[in-house]
Design a protein around this ligand. Structure first.
Ligand SMILES: NC(=O)c1ccc[n+]([C@@H]2O[C@H](COP(=O)([O-])OP(=O)(O)OC[C@H]3O[C@@H](n4cnc5c(N)ncnc54)[C@H](O)[C@@H]3O)[C@@H](O)[C@H]2O)c1
Ligand SMILES: [Zn+2]
Ligand SMILES: [Zn+2]
Length: 342
């Protein structure tokens, strides 16, 4: 089968023929239809410091996908050939305290699909049945392909109750944009999103945020004034991974404000801890998706009319992977989709 492989310890990716993955007794074999390109894939392609420390070659990339089940192992129940599925890309150990207690998203020995084992940028992918999410109601294929990052957005946005609240999102990348759509849909009063890319702020406006603020030219405090907020934001969703964004967020929270932090900083940085203490701000780290509460939430939010269409800005056949990756790496658009069926 064709697959996009990091075959050597150097920058770049190669589309090559590799053997179809073996199907174990508890596994599901999936014919991949569409995949989403993630920041993680860009790091692996660029072969940066993180990738060099983390990845063993050869590796088939990719963890955001939708496809159709073609075969199941003898121990698999409730999943049948023909089912349209996406997959939870965090494979958990099943043995640690959190796994045993059913808190699988807190597993201490997670292996990532397309990071620690061969992934979904291929014609076929294999996953343990426990990681497979069956789409029981029809869903747009591009949206189904990005359930993984959509799940990051939902997990973060629904971490704290936000009905009627004023929500600040720093970073209008694909995940920040989806979080904005979720916060609006879930009943926030104001949703303010910040970025330094005008193109991405324009996408946020299409989603219908209260304010899309360019922090290259104005401050979050300016944004508060424009909206007539007097006491700061109730909920913060950090989705840029940038120190200056986190600092400015902390400075603009209300007393008792709550911050869910998904953005992954490249290194340690200082924040105003005395402000966190005296304003009694909660900061909660978010990793991945809750298995499978977040997946349930994603499906029903879409059924309830949540629209993610503005977030998807590029579609390519898998043979055009170079152009697709360049588009994703430009940081100007939203989510980029690779089609594996043509
Ligand atoms: N914790 C997790 O499980 C998890 C999973 C996926 C992604 N992530 C992280 O979440 C973040 C968002 O993911 P993404 O794919 O949308 O990333 P992205 O890099 O596409 O988006 C980040 C955005 O932040 C913007 N930005 C830069 N400086 C800023 C500033 N000072 N203020 C506001 N915005 C600023 C960038 O222009 C960009 O549009 C990344 O940091 C990513 O590494 C975490
Ligand atoms: Zn991803
Ligand atoms: Zn575990």
């Amino acid at each position: 089968m064709k697959a996009l492989v990091k075959d050597r310890a150097e920058p770049g990716l190669r589309l090559m023929d590799v053997p179809e993955p073996a199907v174990g007794p508890g596994d599901v074999l999936i014919k991949v239809e569409r995949t989403g390109i993630c920041g993680t894939d860009l790091h692996i392609r660029a072969w940066d410091g993180w990738a060099r420390r983390t990845i063993s070659t050869p590796l088939v990339l990719g963890h955001e996908f939708v496809g159709v089940v073609v075969r199941t192992g003898p121990d698999v129940q409730d999943i049948t050939p023909g089912d349209r599925v996406s997959g939870e890309g965090h494979l958990v150990c099943g043995k640690c305290r959190n796994c045993q207690a059913g808190r699988r998203h807190l597993c201490r020995a997670t292996v990532g699909l397309g990071v620690g084992r061969d992934g979904a940028f291929a014609e076929y992918v294999v996953l343990p049945a426990a990681n497979v999410w069956v789409h029981r109601v029809p869903v747009d294929l591009d949206v189904a392909a990005i359930f993984d990052p959509f799940g990051n957005a939902v997990h973060t946005a629904l971490s704290f109750p936000l009905v009627g609240e004023d929500v600040l999102i720093t970073g209008a990348g694909p995940i920040g944009l989806m979080a904005a759509a979720v916060a609006r849909h879930a009943g926030a009063r104001n949703v303010v999103i910040t970025d330094i890319s005008e193109e991405r702020l324009e996408l946020a406006r299409k989603i219908g945020v209260s304010l899309a603020l360019n922090v290259g030219t104005s401050t979050i405090a300016d944004g508060q004034r424009q909206l007539g907020l007097r006491e700061g934001f109730d909920i913060g969703l950090e989705m840029s991974g940038r120190p200056e964004a986190m600092r400015d967020m902390i400075a603009n929270m209300t007393h008792g404000g709550r911050i869910a932090m998904l953005g992954l900083p490249a290194e340690e940085f200082a924040v105003d801890w005395s402000r966190i203490v005296t304003s009694m701000i909660t900061v909660k780290g978010i990793y991945g998706r809750e298995m499978f509460e977040t997946w349930y939430a994603m499906s029903v939010l879409l059924e309830g009319g949540l629209d993610l269409a503005p977030v998807i800005t590029g579609r390519y056949g898998y043979r055009d992977h170079e152009a697709a990756f360049e588009d994703a790496a430009s940081g100007r658009g939203g989510k980029i989709i690779l089609d594996w069926t043509d």
